[in-house]
Design a protein around this ligand. Structure first.
Ligand SMILES: NC(=O)c1c(N)nc(OC2CCCC2)nc1O[C@@H]1CCC[C@@H]1O
Length: 326
């Protein structure tokens, strides 16, 4: 191929790939197949290698996934993403309950939610459109992984109402996707992920969103930012409202009146967790009524109105079982 011809073909490929990448990454509207994209992309790479005089820093081959490969930009969470205090046994939960009852004279209930073992994320919507998806980071500064979170099928790109909203939740890799991914990585002689949480985190750190799409992540949302102004009075009503807006909300939750009821929910899921299609590492217990949450408030790093009951680590359980078996 003559240089003049190569130059023309290179410019043509760059223009086409740029259009395709924009449609795929920004408009969420792929206008070509991955195969055609890859074919054109690799033709461009070969031509640029064969004719280095036409190489250009802003060629799409110099960016990964259509985005500038400088890692992810940082985003500041307007409302910090908190962490949770932990409970490890029933006594811890009784103490938690007693603390709450000392801090409020109001009647209140608890919501028990499965503690999804994934990566905490924050989603921002403007006029009902998904405009930003971010990791929790250190709670104040996270990473902008919007393009990656757009590839998570359970995250709506558009809400049924043109509202401004921020929701928080957990992005996770279902057990089945995790096994399939590790089998494939093992077959390709790559290192395997230790657990679905690491696999989800590793996937969301990919600069090429096409990889995220292939890995079939999912997400359960569990929190609304600034909910009291939305006329929602409790965690349970907020979860129902988020479900109506099209978010995936975990169905295995319950409202409890006493810590005894909380404990029986915990015992139920200590058994059922193995049968779930995703990993959980405990149960999150929250005061249900937002008025009581606001009365009780927060410590520096976590709400006083919530606690995470952590299941004993599985290896510990197998040790116990092994001892009994041997
Ligand atoms: N992993 C979860 O399923 C989960 C949940 N169902 N509910 C909460 O509510 C918290 C968030 C801030 C105040 C209460 N947090 C969860 O996970 C947290 C997020 C950050 C650290 C824990 O993973």
């Amino acid at each position: 191929m003559q240089p003049e011809e190569a130059k023309q073909r290179i410019e043509e490929l760059r223009a086409t790939l740029q259009t395709w990448a924009k449609a795929y990454y920004e408009d969420d509207n792929p206008i070509t197949t991955d195969a055609d994209y890859d074919k054109a992309y690799h033709e461009l790479v070969e031509l640029e290698e064969a004719f280095p005089e036409f190489q250009s820093a802003d060629s799409i081959t110099q960016k990964v996934g259509g985005e500038v490969a400088e890692g992810f930009e940082k985003v500041r969470h307007d409302t910090p993403m908190l962490s949770l205090s932990n409970a490890f046994n029933k006594e811890d939960l009784v103490a938690f309950d007693q603390r709450i009852r000392r801090l409020t004279s109001a009647d209140f209930s608890y919501v028990c939610e499965l503690k999804i073992d994934g990566l905490a994320i924050a989603l921002k919507y403007e006029n009902g459109q998904l405009v930003q998806g971010a990791t929790r980071g250190d709670g104040t500064i996270g990473e902008n992984i919007t393009n990656n979170l757009r590839q998570v099928t359970s995250i709506p790109h558009q809400l049924p109402e043109a509202i401004d909203l921020e929701v928080r939740g957990e992005c996770y890799m279902p057990k089945e996707s995790f096994v399939k991914l590790n089998d494939m990585r093992e077959a390709e002689g790559q290192t395997v992920f230790a657990n679905p949480r690491n696999a989800a985190a590793g996937t969301l750190r990919q600069l090429d969103s096409r990889v995220v799409k292939q890995r079939q992540l999912s997400a359960f949302m569990y929190g609304l930012v600034h909910q009291p102004t939305d006329g929602l009075s409790s965690q349970e009503t907020a979860l129902e409202q988020m479900s109506d807006w099209g978010f995936q909300i975990n169905p295995d939750r319950t409202v409890c009146q006493t810590i005894e009821e909380v404990w029986s929910f915990i015992e139920t899921y200590q058994e059922k967790r193995m049968a779930l299609p995703y990993e959980i590492d405990g149960i999150v217990i929250k005061v249900n009524e937002f008025s009581v949450q606001n009365e009780i408030g927060f410590t520096v790093k976590a709400p006083r109105w919530a606690i995470a009951y952590k299941f004993p680590a599985e290896e510990a359980l197998t040790e116990i079982l092994d001892i009994e078996w041997t």
